[in-house]
Design a binder for this molecule. Structure first.
Ligand SMILES: C[S@@+](CC[C@H](N)C(=O)[O-])C[C@H]1O[C@@H](n2cnc3c(N)ncnc32)[C@H](O)[C@@H]1O
Length: 237
């Protein structure tokens, strides 16, 4: 486990859309959700808060966000305060959500669940979703089973316990209680539009952060045909 993690890296650089496909994919996939002004929405792992702000500005719905990382939360809080967006923010883990059963109509998590104990988090999402509620997830995939060496290189950079294949994600969703799901989109990460990184505050990174950034770039190139993502739309029956 690295002292300066991938999450520290994106929090320090305040990367706004830290998921495959970036904000373009966010906007496209949100169209699949029945978002209304009376929807109770939970965003798990809100990061910089950009998606939550967009949700409020576009749909005027009630938004709760959680994230485990205090630097991420500070970035999100700053955005919500500046834009005067009434989002309820909690520091909490996806694995142990501080909400009652059947609380939300919609849960969104963009490249978050991979960083958690997936079984525990999916179980929590099902628990706090209302019956008939939707769960939208963008998650990293490996497009073929990885060798142990490949797996360990990728895990070392992202700090996750496993990069799941699409089949493994499907099995996890079913095991978690989402029998009703579909895959809306998918691609390799490198073939996906992301935002320019030219203006990021690289000077804020400690030496281990710079080293991790270089490793990250190497991994993206080395595994350009292997690392992918899928957008899963799931429904609680
Ligand atoms: C790759 S970033 C994605 C952030 C944001 N969703 C986005 O797309 O920009 C992963 C996020 O998940 C959060 N995270 C990681 N583990 C978590 C956990 N157990 N519970 C809640 N959030 C977690 C991190 O702090 C980080 O903000």
């Amino acid at each position: 486990m690295r002292k300066f993690s991938y999450i520290d890296l994106i929090a320090t650089l305040n990367i706004e859309d830290a998921h495959p496909g970036g904000f373009d994919l966010t906007k496209k996939t949100l169209r699949f959700l029945p978002l209304k002004s009376d929807s109770q929405v939970l965003e798990v792992g809100c990061g910089s808060g950009k998606t939550a702000s967009y949700l409020y500005e576009s749909f005027n719905c009630s938004i709760t966000t959680i994230d485990i990382n205090s630097r991420m939360l500070a970035n999100a809080r700053k955005r919500f305060n500046k834009k005067k967006i009434p989002v309820t923010l909690h520091q909490a883990s996806a694995e142990n959500l501080p909400f009652k059963d059947n609380s939300f109509d919609i849960i969104i998590s963009e490249s978050v669940t991979s960083f958690t104990n997936v079984d525990k988090s999916l179980h929590e999402y099902v628990r706090v979703l209302k019956k008939g509620g939707y769960f939208l997830a963008i998650e990293m995939t490996s497009e073929r089973p990885l060798t142990l060496k490949e797996e360990s290189e990728i895990k070392d950079v992202y700090g996750i316990s496993k990069v799941k294949t699409v089949r493994e994600w499907e099995q996890a969703l079913i095991k978690g209680g989402f029998r009703d799901y579909k895959i809306l989109k998918g691609n390799t990460i490198m073939n996906t539009s992301t935002n320019s990184i030219d203006s990021l505050p690289f000077q804020k990174l400690p030496p281990e952060g710079i080293e991790l950034l270089h490793r990250f770039q190497e991994i993206l190139i080395r595994y350009k045909d292997v690392l992918g993502y899928r957008v899963f739309l799931c429904r609680k029956r």
